[in-house]
Design a protein. Structure first.
Length: 450
């Protein structure tokens, strides 16, 4: 009844999870669903922050709403999923009466102004008609099917914003003439010639290429997890996807913010003005580390459910793959591969040290370990990115050796080397924070925080 119109874009959909008291913690959801004699339910409650909760760009809006049945157990085990359309749908597929699901306010936000964010009231006028999806009390499990896809997609939002910010900053850096070259020049030069601008552009470019390669690898593993003929390969790929979803979501969005920040910096004062558009990327990027689960929530998922619960088994397997790439890098000659190999080796050692600490100490001192959750997520992102770029550099090297003269390939190797020198270099420091930073973050008593 709903899917063909939603897939064609005739109708749009929403996900209604968040309530004023239930943000990161969905166990606190209070929206009620009361069973009716005809098999439908009446939904009562308020949802906040609902993306595209109301608009007039489609003839119907299909809300997927999390709510509790009267006899539901406490916590996340008592949450069910309901379809609550804006207009009820008749048996023949035509639109019926207006449902009791209304937008009561649209939020004013710092970014993503093209995306309306609605406060939704369900059931103020007798109850919104809803239909149960699947089985009672399994709603969060179903919602997670969508949320895992959405988490990956929000990671891509970080990447996409980064790419736009980079293209704009690069164009501006080529155009803006300011100052002479630091080594001396007859005339003023375009700012792209200044070493600090070049460093910022390369930081943007290298991170974008690393993020893109990682997201493609996770997408390919997702396909293999669903379609591979060998059940063992399916399992292995699914484990990789499960481990990496919080990294793709958390690291690509945190890095997206850094890239958008550099984009503004490259524009100088013009970056602070709205008319250049550089500031918009920074404002738009800011939400990506918050919705679909904050970076803190992604990081807790990574260290708890994805790492400690299985004793670090998948991480060990991933480290094994990284080591295979490292061995291949080591077999190549030249300064680029030497630098890449040294940095990747330290990066792998940092992931191993921090991962082992988390897997072994999670049970004993979870508060101290959790202080390092976000630093560990960043460490995983940075080292995975370095691994991906090393793989790309190896392919590029093979192409050059086979006589391909496309300048894309030497640029790829140079970018991978830059990443090793400037970004992978952060890995040992992050491992240090994970392993030794827990106690001091918790040492100042709450009343002494200020
Ligand atoms: C523009 C926008 C669009 C949105 N779209 C939707 C939508 O379509 N549907 C929907 O249902 N929701 C939507 N949301 C809601 C969004 O998913 C939540 O804002 C988000 O999950 C965080 O919840 P919260 O705002 O209540 O923050 P809180 O949960 O109060 O978090 C505040 C801070 O505490 C931290 N924190 C909380 N709990 C923990 C913990 N256990 N461990 C460590 N740190 C923790 C967080 O990381 C964060 O830094 C949207 C929000 C915005 C702003």
């Amino acid at each position: 009844m709903y899917l063909p119109n939603m897939i064609s874009g005739k109708w749009t959909g929403t996900m209604n999870l968040t309530e004023p008291q239930a943000g990161s913690d969905l166990a606190a959801i209070r929206t009620r669903a009361e069973p009716q004699a005809d098999g439908t339910y009446r939904i009562f409650g308020q949802k906040i922050f609902i993306t595209y909760g109301e608009h007039d760009m489609a003839e119907n809006i299909v809300h997927l709403v999390l709510a509790r049945l009267p006899d539901a157990p406490e916590g996340v085990k008592g949450i069910s999923l309901f379809v609550v359309p804006k207009y009820l749908v008749n048996a023949d597929g035509s639109l019926g009466s207006r449902n009791d699901a209304y937008c009561v306010s649209i939020e004013h936000k710092m970014g993503i102004h093209a995306s309306p964010t609605a406060v939704m009231a369900f059931g103020d006028d007798g109850g919104a008609v809803g239909t149960l999806v699947g089985r009672a009390n399994e709603g969060l499990k179903y919602m997670f099917v969508m949320m895992n896809a959405a988490r990956y997609a929000v990671g891509l939002e970080g990447l996409a914003l980064s790419e736009r910010a980079y293209q704009q900053a690069l164009a501006y850096a080529r155009e803006r003439v300011q100052g002479r070259a630091i080594e001396g020049s007859a005339a003023a030069v375009a700012i792209v010639n200044h070493p600090d601008i070049r460093r910022m552009l390369m930081t943007m470019k290298a991170q974008i290429e690393a993020m893109r390669a990682l997201s493609y690898s996770v997408a390919a593993a997702h396909d293999a997890a669903n379609r591979h003929p060998d059940p063992e390969a399916k399992k292995r790929n699914q484990a990789f996807v499960d481990l990496m979803i919080p990294v793709v979501k958390g690291w690509l969005t945190e890095t997206g913010n850094e890239v958008a920040y550099l984009g503004v910096q490259i524009h100088g004062g013009m970056g602070f003005l709205e008319e250049t558009g550089a500031a918009q990327h920074m404002r738009d990027a800011r939400i990506t580390t918050i919705y679909e689960g904050t970076t803190g929530i992604q990081a807790n998922d990574l260290i708890g459910r994805k790492l400690a619960r299985e004793g670090g088994a998948t991480l060990k397997a991933v480290v094994g793959l990284m080591q295979q790439t490292l061995a291949e890098v080591r077999r190549q000659e030249g300064a680029e591969f030497k630098a890449m190999g040294a940095a990747l080796e330290k990066g792998i050692a940092a992931v191993t040290e921090a991962g082992t600490y988390i897997a072994t100490q999670y049970g004993a001192d979870v508060r101290a370990v959790a202080v390092g959750a976000v630093p560990f997520l960043k460490l995983m992102g940075i080292v995975s990115g370095g691994w991906m770029l090393a793989r790309a550099a190896l392919v590029a090297h093979g192409k050059i050796a086979a006589g391909d003269a496309d300048p894309y390939f030497p640029a790829k190797i140079a970018t991978a080397r830059f990443y090793a020198d400037h970004l992978l270099a952060q890995a040992p420091g992050l491992a240090q924070v994970v392993v030794h930073g827990g106690a001091s973050a918790l040492a100042v008593p709450e009343e002494m925080l200020g």
